[in-house]
Design a protein. Structure first.
Length: 571
């Protein structure tokens, strides 16, 4: 086995040592609310991001193992993977994917095989194994083998997918007892969750690459090749456990998102969704809910940034009558409303540090205390969060609690921007055009080929929300006739963001205006559908009634029934 570290980890370690002036495994200091040293956490985030982006299986395995050794200060390590065809390795049915300072000769020794029996049990039970001194640990019954190897500290962290271990990271040290601290275990378990998915993704991409090469060998005609590859993508989506019908797309970037959702939809693992505004984060959260065992329970969604800080605690946890001015009745909070189901909190990065502390307490204790109440209420909620800002960066800037980040980030789902998935734009245009035509009572109007190419070439800084807003304007102006390139050229003002060509830019004000337009249209459509019934409209939109009123206030939509009917086009 090769003992050299991949270039990536070497450069990360060198840069960190140069910046921090100390080893990443130095004793932990007050590194923020979570208690992990900033240098180690910064390195963990860099490594985690790098691993999630890798596609080569061999490199991924080596990167994971080197990261584990670097973060914990272990002397040696193995990355073990389940393999039913493996019979020659240290354990039947398990092969060595990567090793550091443990050579084939060592692995073949009887003493080492015996010492791995406890490791095998940790993999089978899907539980972390840690010991300060293996020579005194009763779990290692074969004392002679442990003594022969001189083992002291051992840490084994399973690599888990859908409650089953696909392997484990094994770390040890022959000369240092008490090496692996609780912080080490926390970091390794967090990294193992991402690493398991990265391994499975790399394996799947390898299989797809082999299939692609086979196709290239048999399909010579370029047009046929495109058709065959498109068919392969469609079949890949058909193989997913769930349909994700609400999410439009079959580009490679979205296929990776679907594969990750497949792994966690039927679990209770908290998920953090990272993506630009307008990429469909709420749709992903709703799909996680609908494809889980909690589908019969409520799905409650709220945008944290839309609620004033002074009201957020009451909105989330509820309040008792008289708790504060205007609290004229008891109110059930969003956590209690979502009990038995899923709570989706968008733009969670906008929470204050004080509110983050209260949310962390609720997640740790599994219970809430309504404002003004002395009694706690048990809750059973799967939490899905989202933000357009990178929480890794905010943690390093001390703007987001590290311990809360670990609590809500059981898995990160990164949604690609629309400019990164242009292959999906024709599908989205077709889907959105049908929905807009139905919502506004317009006759169906096709988008012609040249016009579609204009839409595909745009950068869409406002993502799907912007596309929907532009399409709505185009369909209103086309009045049932086909949308042509000539219509687009004649009406440049329809493109509110001003990024008409690839590489174009838009101001933040433009992007927010486009997002507001799309949100207004969405609310108006729901109000028309439910004949101005605000309670039913809020349920349709997946938000609370109070939140709907907040949105109406912010967007300047009238609340009185007569004016509202005129606004949405019912009179």
């Amino acid at each position: 086995m090769d003992d050299e570290k991949p270039r990536t980890l070497k450069s990360l370690e060198q840069s960190l040592r140069a910046g921090a002036g100390k080893s990443p495994h130095a004793p932990t200091t007050a590194g923020g609310p979570g208690g992990i040293a900033p240098s180690r956490f910064r390195l963990f985030c860099q490594i985690n991001r790098k691993i999630s982006e890798m596609s080569d299986l061999k490199s991924t395995l080596e990167e994971i193992l080197d990261a584990a050794i670097l973060l914990t200060g272990a002397e040696r390590g193995l990355l073990l993977l389940r393999d039913e065809n493996e019979s020659l390795g240290p354990l039947p049915g398990i092969r060595v994917g990567a090793a550091r300072k443990l050579h084939q000769k060592t692995l073949a020794e009887d003493a080492f095989r015996v010492s791995l029996t406890a490791v095998h049990k940790a993999i089978e039970d899907c539980e972390t194994l840690v010991t300060d001194n293996a020579q005194l640990d009763p779990r290692f019954a074969e004392k002679k083998s442990v003594l022969a190897l001189g083992l002291t500290a051992i840490l084994v962290v399973p690599l888990e997918i859908r409650s089953q271990a696909i392997g484990a990271v094994y770390l040890d040290h022959r000369f240092e007892t008490g090496l692996f601290s609780p912080e080490d275990v926390l970091l390794m378990e967090a990294m193992a969750a991402q690493a398991a998915l990265a391994i499975e993704k790399a394996e799947h991409l390898r299989e797809l690459e082999e299939a692609r090469k086979r196709l290239e060998g048999t399909v010579k005609d370029q047009e046929k090749k495109i058709a065959v590859l498109s068919s392969e993508l469609t079949r890949s989506r058909d193989k997913l456990r769930y349909g994700y019908e609400e999410i439009i797309g079959q580009s490679p970037g979205m296929m990776k998102v679907f594969e990750m959702l497949d792994h966690v939809s039927d679990t209770t693992i908290p998920v953090w969704i990272l993506g630009e505004s307008g990429t469909g984060k709420e749709l992903v959260a709703r799909s996680l809910h609908l494809n889980s065992a909690r589908a019969k329970g409520p799905f409650v969604a709220e945008n944290v940034s839309a609620i004033p800080e002074t009201l957020l605690e009451s909105e989330l946890f509820g309040h008792k009558k008289g708790a504060f001015t205007h609290a004229d009745r008891d109110r059930v909070g969003l956590f209690e409303q979502a009990s038995g189901g899923t709570l989706f909190l968008d733009e969670v990065a906008d929470m204050s540090l004080a509110m983050q502390a209260k949310l962390l307490r609720v997640l740790q204790e599994g219970e809430i205390r309504p404002v003004g109440s002395s009694k706690k209420v048990k809750i059973d909620v799967r939490l899905v969060t989202a933000s357009h800002r990178d929480l890794d960066l905010l943690v390093r800037q001390s703007k987001f609690r590290q311990d809360l980040f670990f609590r809500i980030n059981g898995l990160t789902v990164r949604l690609p921007a629309l400019r990164e998935r242009r292959d999906d734009i024709p599908l989205l245009v077709d889907h959105l055009a049908q929905r807009i035509s139905k919502g506004f009572g317009l006759p169906p109007a096709p988008v012609e080929g040249e016009a579609l190419q204009v839409l595909v070439r745009r950068d869409w800084p406002g993502n799907i929300r912007e596309l929907e807003s532009v399409l709505r304007n185009l369909l209103l102006f086309s009045k049932g006739q086909p949308v042509t390139k000539g219509l687009i050229d004649a009406q440049p003002e329809l493109f509110r963001s001003g990024s008409a060509a690839p590489g174009g830019t838009a101001s933040q004000e433009d992007i927010e205006r486009v997002s507001d337009d799309a949100e207004c249209a969405r609310i108006a459509e729901a109000l028309r559908k439910h004949r101005l019934d605000k309670q039913k409209t809020a349920k349709e939109l997946g938000i609370s009634l109070r939140s709907l009123y907040n949105h109406l206030e912010r967007l300047g939509i009238p609340k009185k029934k007569r004016l509202l009917a005129s606004y949405v086009g019912m009179r």
